[in-house]
Design a protein around this ligand. Sequence first.
Ligand code: FAD
Length: 299
Amino acid sequence: MMTPETSRPSRQSAEARPRFEVSFEFFPPKTDDMEARFWDALNKLAPLQPRFVSVTYGAGGSTRERTLRLVSRITQESGVPAAAHLTCVGASRAEVDAVVRGYQAAGVTRIVALRGDPPEGVGQPFTPHPEGYENAAALVRGIRALGDFDISVAAYPEKHPQSADWNADIDNLKRKIDAGATRAITQMFFDNADYFRLVERAQKAGITAPIVPGIQPIHSFKQIAGFAARCGSSIPTWLAERFDGLEGDPETHALVASAVAAEQVLELVDNGITEFHFYTLNRANLVLALARLLGYRPA
Ligand code: FAD
């Protein structure tokens, strides 16, 4: 007889367990030292054969050349499919289309399509470029018109801060999927109930595309709490309490971080989730450990 413990998907053997799909997100490094760390992390994670690794597009397109150079090199050298993030803030349609053609020429067929945030900062009113794409849905349509790309878009377990209400938020997500996106990837979240509510709302609205949870391991509580505040993700009190007082104790901080992330991922697995997107911040170790919990081993 199976005990409740062994019937949990996260405790099943490799043969019985569902097949998981993972993707890993990186950001374009600014200095030579940071670039060395980027390739080190990428080379540690690539042998896990993720569905893709993605490289972000700096605020306002500030990393346009670096993102292109990195995704091109990953595509040509690592054997792992690379996805390029792309935003439409502060650029005309012609400029954005030229970036898409650049990706196309480099053999990059996956794009994470985003509106981006105004240069004044997240939360400030967004004014589209007069000749630009007005939002992410329009960008998705524009990319589709240029070629056969695999397109991911953003979704928000706690609703995008600028959406008037949940209906507006889900309508917007539906427009992005209907415009041709294959999947949505969520903003970071720390309470799985928020993610499950988003999925339920999306399904009720007729969205059938996967909504992949974006998992942010907490390498540094102070840093991640700052990111979360800027993008409208909340830090539950119980989470802050787990890291309280650990600023001067990196070893315990790292152990708590891996326990917190493992708890989040395994609870999602036990509720039937099989696809994950990990925000790596160009560090491999915590993400490597989480992927191993999902049964991943280097190929
Ligand atoms: P949209 O889907 O266009 O929505 C933005 C807001 O506008 C929503 O509130 C929506 O409801 C509202 N809206 C849209 N259309 C309409 C309309 N017609 N009428 C009324 N309201 C409307 N940022 C970067 O700069 N670079 C990156 O590489 C990057 N990568 C990201 C990756 C992921 C997985 C996620 C989740 C976010 C990422 N971001 C990135 C952040 C993203 O750019 C911001 O969250 C941005 O504020 C919104 O982008 P969006 O694509 O969700 O916009």
